[in-house]
Ligand binder design. Structure first.
Ligand code: SF4
Length: 508
């Protein structure tokens, strides 16, 4: 039984930005008796369906964005006599759909780390179960990824997870519902070992692919203090101390290493944390800004974010600590007006964010917004025989980009305004000006290239509605990605030693 692990994608770029970590983790969770899985990442190249033989196992992980492509692969693999197993966040939410549309023999819900071995044994005996509940695995039980299986020179950034789960509850996000609100941190030494292995191989750009790298805020600690809840305070302090321990060890790595992560804006109020991030070579972070108005933040349950000058100050605090922000903004909130677009673009410039993404509001399954939308939707439009509340089953070229009517703007207006903000933010002049913080011309050119690549991959293929434009964008992104990849490559460091342990200290 050969095992194929497939990361589905409608568009292949030849070179990919980030390693799909799940494939390398499941490869590590595969016992030697089942052989080494074949890893197929369709963001690089499409799967060769002929390679699937009767009796093979095809494991497909899907999120909502690539579910339809995953289902096509699943049906084709089942047609060729393979066992088909689905997992990932979307299959966790819709296991029946994976069986109905994707030809799944089995669906794994939750974390696959521990249950994967049982799935393989059952398939090997020809007796897969319809459902395997992986649950939420403890941080200590996460498998380190098998980076020895990485193809050479295909990815720009490697990905390592240090914590899973997020204590917040934003209405548009499913992370806190699927991964839980309790942060599950991995053992520091295990994380550091993985990172060292990647740097030895020649990766110097690594994404810390966490739901929220800052799971305990100063406000959380103060609240536990106020309630005189000693147990909670001790638990939070332990999580915080481990963050600092991790960063103290990352600090000892070579200076050329660059980490990037995802974090809430509250970290800007924690100078000790920001300083530790800078020392740990964490040079960038995605920060969910979402909306620049208080009404917008209230609409998405993100009142802990600032607006106006307070927002600019917080974002500048990251910049002052040399942590460059990829600001994430949502357009299409019911509170948005035609003025919101300009105000957002102005703020992104004023706050000095290095990169930005402007996403159109989309009700994602598993979120509060989706539940409300599905419950309240009346006269749901049907496209290609699919109700809009199952929009991911509509072929991408026919899929609407706006899902609920906006009180003030048409779908085309929303799309045009959003595209205009992308165009403005990634205009060559502004990108070149933003690159001023870099000293060498080479580094500034790399910044320009990455900015353009980011825009091609996420703005043009994500917002465009006609397939010809999507294909042209994909071709341009493919070309840019090839150039950018050279800038990210670096020499291996086979003799790099692991950073020494640091004594545990409680950071105030
Ligand atoms: S959007 Fe970010 S902060 Fe909000 S719940 Fe999701 S991961 Fe947490």
């Amino acid at each position: 039984m050969r095992i194929h692990l497939v990361n589905p994608s409608d568009v292949s770029f030849g070179t990919a930005v980030i390693t799909p970590r799940w494939q390398y983790v499941l490869a590590a969770a595969t016992p030697a008796r089942h052989g080494t899985p074949l890893l197929i990442d369709e963001t690089l190249d499409p799967i060769d369906e002929e390679s699937v033989q009767p009796g093979d196992l095809v494991g497909i992980s899907i999120h909502t964005g690539n579910a339809l492509r995953g289902y096509r692969i699943g049906r084709a693999a089942r047609g060729r006599g393979a066992f088909v197993v689905f997992g990932g966040i979307h299959a966790t939410l819709f296991p029946d759909e994976a069986r109905e549309h994707g030809g799944a023999h089995a669906v794994v819900t939750g974390d696959g780390d521990l249950v994967w071995q049982t799935v393989l044994d059952d398939c090997d005996r020809g007796n897969p179960q319809p459902l395997y509940a992986g649950g939420r695995v403890d941080g200590e039980s996460f498998y380190p990824a098998r980076w020895d299986l990485l193809p050479k020179n295909r990815y720009m950034w490697a990905s390592v997870q240090t914590v899973r789960g997020c204590p917040k509850h934003c209405s548009f996000c499913s992370v806190w519902r699927t991964d839980g609100q309790k942060p599950r941190q991995r053992d520091v030494s295990v994380v550091v070992r993985e990172i060292v292995e990647l740097r030895r191989q020649g990766f110097r750009f690594i994404v810390l692919a966490d739901d929220n790298f800052y799971p305990v805020t100063l406000a959380d600690l103060a609240a536990a203090d106020r309630r005189a809840d000693k147990a909670q305070h001790a638990a939070l302090t332990r999580i915080r101390d481990e963050r600092f321990e991790l960063m103290a060890r990352l600090e000892q790595l070579p200076n050329d290493i660059v980490f990037y992560t995802q974090i809430t804006m509250e970290a800007a109020e924690d100078p000790a944390f920001l300083t530790a991030m800078r020392r740990a070579h964490i040079r960038g972070a995605l920060v969910g800004i979402e909306s620049v108005t208080p009404e917008g933040l209230k609409a998405v349950f993100k009142n802990f974010n600032e607006t106006g000058d307070g927002l600019v100050e917080r974002l500048q605090a990251f910049r002052a600590a040399d942590v460059h922000v990829l600001g994430s903004f949502i357009f299409g909130l019911p509170t948005d007006t035609p003025q919101t677009f300009r105000a957002t673009a102005d703020l992104a410039e004023r706050a000095g964010v290095s990169f930005a993404q402007f996403v159109m509001l989309q009700p994602l399954p598993g979120t509060i917004d989706f539940g409300r939308w599905e419950r309240e939707a009346t006269d749901v439009p049907v496209v290609d025989g699919v109700p809009l509340t199952r929009y991911w089953l509509i072929p991408p070229e026919h899929r609407p980009r706006v899902y609920s009517p906006h009180p003030m703007m048409t779908a085309d207006e929303l799309r045009a305004h959003t595209q205009a903000v992308w165009d403005r933010f990634y205009g060559l002049n502004l990108v070149w000006t933003r690159s001023r913080f870099l000293k060498s011309v080479r580094a500034r050119l790399a910044f320009v290239l990455i900015s353009k690549l980011y825009r091609q991959m996420y703005a043009n293929t994500g917002i465009a509605t006609d397939s010809a434009r999507i294909q042209r964008s994909a071709l341009r992104a493919r070309w840019l990605a090839r150039c950018a990849h050279r800038l990210f490559a670096s020499d291996p460091m086979p003799d790099l030693r692991e950073p020494r342990r640091v004594p545990a200290v409680t950071i105030p």
